[in-house]
Design a protein. Structure first.
Lengths: 165, 578
């Protein structure tokens, strides 16, 4: 069964690969090229739209402070803590209670997005969250409400959003 | 099936038999368990899948269930759940390792997790728990997981401050000593007095004593820092460099998933359960969602498109797992090219999966009721392209690796597992199929529309390391075939049956098994009608394959062959330890 000559075939195959284009890319200068869409959840249909599960984007004017995302996360990774942000006042959120997310704990499963009944939480293509300071991994609601430079939720394309802060 | 029930009731008239679909449950008093087990074995149920014990403090009993499948053609789709109730104060159960030798590690695990003494078991000792475990058996209901509750809340308070302040003072960070303070007092003595098991905490010291040593043989430790062992240790008895005896020491990455599952609801378990095998994350979730759907009575409401998307995702994960495994196999056989190629080629599959599920490794894509999201536009064409490209890539592996004498010399005839041994020891997956048994859950008990898809099950007779590698390699082609068909058969439509409000399972049990990448994976869920499962038993292929490696395959080989044999089984320590 073992043919020593067959090793020449392996060498030939390896030599042929010298002329193949290379499969690696110069990350981070060259990005992955995947479509930069948000992962969002439509509570009426009960189905999400495909997209990156990276850092969250919080729409402050939709969040009612109902804590459902926090309850879901409690037993998963305990990354979401509801905090009071008194300077942000909205009609639907009298107590000014918003989620803050600890990315040192988040496992990026996206079940908080699925549990939001008001479509206020999304996940974005921003995945480079590493930092030298552990405290900078705590994202306050105001930081979460800044959309990342890349990508847009599908229903927001062409619209401008104003964030009072 | 009726003749089996008749036979059982002839021998044990008080046994209760219930048939539900393909599951036959036999509950019998503990005195007649051995007799009934012999009848079940003789009938053809020869392939042990799991041993599951459950604690019922309210009725002061414990239930032990043996879940047994078969590799006989007529019985492949059937599962017998044979069990009995025993008093909680004196949990003694006759061992069934004489009937199903594959129950060896399952019984040991249930012994340490619930304190059930299996009388006649060859070696009852700790398996997964740490050597210095100083508490009652953890899967008992009076062992509570949330010891850190107070700390968690205090920690949350600090985090709130930090999140609001933006510039937190550094002293807010909880130190390690905060966590040490809440440790409970040792209960080991209580445990020993209650159960009369003085040797319970001495595995680490005993392990070397178990291996027989004389003037010719010595015991050496293979692992845990050895790159060829993964997060496990093998204590090898060696004569020169010929292995005479093996004792595995596993549990280094044990997290207690079964206990943790009891504290989370059916959705919160999803990210937890896919963690043991990150290369096969959807494969790990597959039986879980099937069992939960059974408990929620929504099995028939899962949309067809969701079932096809699940198939595609599960096959993606099989490809990801097999390419990763092949890459490491290349390293173990000293072949760096074979490490580089699969590692680069699996990026194709990862990209396709990421377009669908948004993550690269842990997708959390399956949920009870369907899948989380529909495929984006143009994804199906992209997948077909990726399949073509990937198939072109894995064609190269054949002449580079599978026909390469460097590889053949290391694997052919090494680590032979005979057919009968494989069946007796309850081996699953490519390792079982490489020993000449055609057993694939996708075909034996088709779930999730696998019966509409045409694919082959590669089987080889040799049973050596090469056959195991080859079966896995050929499976990759079959996976591509399945993906192509599923993509074409998928019609537009809903992908998820929405579950609203608090999801509660009906009272009862559900047992689901699927073919994960490493073999048949089964999950048993017991629900008491609440939001959280009462008991979850996960029986993973790596755990079931461990016994073959240590008892049948390694002895007689040289120490240098250990990595090859070990990795040809595709043993993944995290999956085995859970």
């Amino acid at each position: 069964m073992v043919k020593p000559v067959a090793i020449l075939n392996a060498v030939k195959s390896g030599l042929r690969h010298l002329f193949y284009s290379r499969v690696t890319r110069r990350y981070p200068e060259v990005e992955s090229g995947l479509p930069e869409t948000y992962y969002s959840f439509d509570p009426k249909k009960g189905v999400a739209t495909a997209g990156w599960k990276g850092r969250h984007y919080l729409e402050l004017d939709k969040c009612t402070g109902c804590q459902l995302c926090s309850f879901m996360c409690d037993e998963i990774s305990n990354a979401i803590v509801m905090v009071e942000v008194p300077e942000v006042k909205f009609e639907q959120n009298k107590k000014s209670l918003f989620p803050s997310i600890d990315y040192g704990r988040c496992v990026f499963c996206g079940l908080c997005v699925d549990s939001c009944p008001f479509e206020a939480l999304h996940m974005t293509p921003e995945i480079r969250l590493a930092d030298y300071d552990r405290n900078k991994l705590y994202y306050s609601p105001l930081e979460l409400s800044i959309p990342p430079p890349v990508g847009k939720p599908s229903y927001l394309v062409g619209k401008k959003k104003e964030v009072k802060a | 099936m009726n003749d089996l029930i008749e036979n059982v009731q002839k021998i044990a008239p008080e046994a209760q038999c219930t048939v539900k679909g393909n599951r036959i449950k036999i509950v019998t008093p503990v005195e007649s368990v051995v007799k009934v087990a012999e009848v079940v074995k003789e009938y053809g149920f020869n392939h042990i899948e799991s041993v599951c014990a459950t604690d019922y403090p309210t009725t002061n009993t414990m239930e032990v269930l043996y879940i047994v499948g078969s590799v006989e053609e007529a019985l492949k789709s059937k599962v017998v759940i044979l069990g009995s109730r025993i008093p909680r104060d004196n949990p003694v159960f006759p061992t069934l390792t004489n009937i199903w030798p594959g129950a060896y590690f399952h019984e040991r695990e249930e012994y340490e997790m619930l304190g059930i003494r299996f009388e006649g078991h060859p070696r009852l000792a700790k398996l997964l728990l740490p050597d210095d475990w100083d508490d009652i058996p953890p899967l008992r209901k009076d062992y509570h997981l949330k010891k850190w509750g107070a700390i968690e809340r205090a920690d949350s308070g600090l985090r709130i401050e930090r999140a609001v302040l933006h510039n937190p003072p550094p002293e807010c960070i909880p130190t390690q000593s905060d966590f040490v303070k809440v440790k409970t007092p040792p209960l080991l003595q209580r445990f020993q007095q209650a159960l009369d098991v003085p040797e319970y905490d001495t595995l680490g010291r005993q392990l070397f004593q178990w291996v027989r040593r004389d003037e010719r043989t010595i015991a050496i430790s293979f692992g845990i820092q050895h790159p060829g062992s993964g997060h496990m240790r093998l204590v090898l008895g060696v004569d020169g460099d010929i292995i005479t005896e093996v004792e595995p020491d596993i549990g280094y990455v044990h997290r207690g998933k079964e206990k943790m599952c009891e504290y989370k609801n059916y959705f919160q378990n999803i990210p937890l359960l896919e963690r043991p095998t990150v290369h096969d994350s959807s494969g790990m979730l597959f039986p879980y969602v099937l069992a939960v759907e059974d408990l929620l009575d929504i099995s028939d409401k899962v949309p067809e498109r969701a079932k096809y998307l699940r198939i595609i995702m599960a096959e993606f994960n099989r490809l990801l797992n097999h390419t990763y495994w092949l890459a490491i196999m290349g390293i173990f056989t000293g072949h760096s090219t074979m490490f580089m190629w699969p590692m680069a080629d699996r990026e194709l599959i990862i990209d396709a999966a990421q377009r669908l599920a948004g993550a690269r490794v842990t997708f959390a894509y399956f949920v009870p009721g369907g899948v989380r999201n529909d495929a984006p536009d143009g994804w199906t064409d992209y997948v077909l392209k990726v399949c073509d490209k990937f198939e072109e890539r894995i064609n190269h592996y054949k002449e580079m690796y599978f026909e390469n004498p460097l590889f053949l010399n290391r694997t052919v005839g090494v680590g032979v597992l005979r057919r009968q041994d494989a069946i007796d020891l309850g081996i699953v997956g490519p390792a079982l199929r490489a020993s000449g048994v055609c057993s694939d859950t996708r075909r034996d008990e088709p779930y999730s529309l696998y019966d509409t898809i045409d694919f082959d099950v590669p089987v080889m007779k040799e049973g050596d390391s090469y056959a195991r590698c080859m079966v896995s390699y050929l499976e990759m082609y079959e996976s591509l075939k399945i993906i192509r068909q599923a993509v074409k058969m998928m019609k537009p439509g809903p992908v998820r049956y929405p579950l609203r409000g608090r999801v509660r399972g009906k009272e009862g049990e559900a047992y689901a098994r699927t073919e994960a990448a490493r073999g048949s994976l089964s999950i048993y869920i017991l629900s008491d009608g609440k939001e959280r499962p009462y008991r979850v038993r996960i029986s993973t292929p790596s755990f079931r394959n461990l016994l073959a490696g240590v008892k049948k395959m390694l002895p007689g080989h040289r120490v240098a062959d250990v990595p090859v044999i070990h990795w040809s089984l595709n043993y993944w320590a995290v999956e085995a330890d859970r």
